[in-house]
Design a protein around this ligand. Structure first.
Ligand code: FAD
Length: 318
């Protein structure tokens, strides 16, 4: 079932749904997460909730029994959902959280479901410089904050002023960027939270120059990354973060002889060997086993332990 549903009219609904009050958003049982994540793998979520707005989300969180596990998904471009799916409730923000508004000469407000590329375009239209790096990142703003997404010398913590979020009880908060403890692909903001909106700040810029920088970023990506493949982006963090002279995960993977390595239909990209690719019928188990094999080989050849950047979630198939 993918249409709006109330707890009362779902078949095989989990018992806890009966505890929920009427909601204006969509409650969808048995959603195959492989259909909405970039890798195109992953089992079903018991329930996906797409709130109508922040108030609806707050009502849902406040009423949801405490024993029900909760997961948040954005555009699904940095996750590997396991084949057995996700128990409990998955929150996914939709178009209601996709608005982007210019708030002054150099600032934008964006909903957490606004795609990074739309934010980059809106900033360019408003002649706001500093956000062009979002041009090639295929996630949404909530995921950008959760991952401190960045590229080509820019990252979210450089442009984020504050973020609006709801906690596990549905309480609304606004936190300044410093409270999130953002570092290279890391967010140190403790506890469960759903980011709902961000305030971003750039600098006054020249629209033509910003658009040219975005074009350049787009071309570079097409040349160097399998951007049209079923992938999850960079699989492992660079051991030395963003340091220009530091160890790069792709170099270690290449030196360990893993370029092109396969497990079933899962392969280490020939084009960029820190990307894993699903050629069509790979399972999440294939992709995870391939990633673990890469980690082992890199450890054996260089002594370095790579850490997953991709967020693995859910259960293995029984
Ligand atoms: C082809 C390709 C290229 C990529 N290039 C880059 C790159 O250059 N730089 C880069 O940094 N990343 C890159 N990525 C990875 C990915 O796009 C980013 O990490 C992105 O920010 C993830 O956003 P998302 O909305 O897809 O989040 P998801 O993948 O859905 O989720 C990622 C994490 O964020 C959490 N999350 C998502 N939304 C919310 C929310 N509203 N509130 C709380 N938590 C939330 C999830 O729980 C999960 O832990 C690339 C991925 C692909 C497929």
């Amino acid at each position: 079932m993918t249409a709006e549903a109330t707890p009362q009219n779902m078949n095989n609904a989990p018992d806890w749904l009966a505890a929920l009050p009427p909601l204006r958003g969509k409650l969808m049982p048995d959603v195959v997460l492989g259909d909405i994540c970039w890798f195109r793998v992953g089992g079903s979520a018991d329930i996906v909730f797409m709130p109508a707005d922040a108030e609806d989300l707050s009502t849902f969180l406040a009423a949801l029994p405490r024993h029900v596990p909760l997961t948040v998904l954005g555009a699904g471009s940095n996750v590997l959902v396991r084949d057995g799916g996700i128990r409990g409730a998955v929150i996914r923000l939709g178009a209601a959280f996709g608005e982007i508004t210019q708030t002054d000469e150099t600032a934008l407000m964006a909903g957490a479901a606004a795609l990074d590329v739309r934010v980059a375009r809106a900033a360019a239209e408003a002649s706001i410089a500093g956000l062009a790096f979002y041009r090639g990142i295929p996630g949404a703003m909530g995921g950008a904050v959760a991952m401190n997404a960045g590229a080509y010398g820019g990252e979210t913590r450089d442009v984020l002023v504050e973020v609006e979020w709801l906690d596990r009880d549905g309480e609304h908060h606004v936190s300044a960027v410093d409270a999130l403890d953002l570092s290279y692909r890391h967010n140190g903001h403790e506890g469960f939270k759903v980011y709902t909106a961000v305030r971003l700040k750039g600098a006054r810029g020249d629209k033509a120059k910003i658009l040219a920088a975005m074009e350049e970023i787009s071309d570079k990506r097409e040349d160097s990354q399998p951007v049209k493949a079923r992938t999850g982006g960079s699989t492992f963090k660079n051991p030395d973060g963003t340091s220009p002279d530091g160890l790069k995960a792709w170099k270690l993977i290449d030196a360990a002889g893993c370029r092109g390595l396969r497990v079933g239909d899962a392969q280490v990209s020939e084009q960029h060997c820190n990307f894993l690719i699903n050629h069509g019928v790979a399972t999440a188990a294939d992709l995870e086993a391939l990633g673990e094999s890469v980690r082992q080989r890199v450890h054996d050849t260089s002594g370095v332990d790579l850490h997953w950047e991709i967020k693995r979630m859910g259960e293995a198939r029984a």
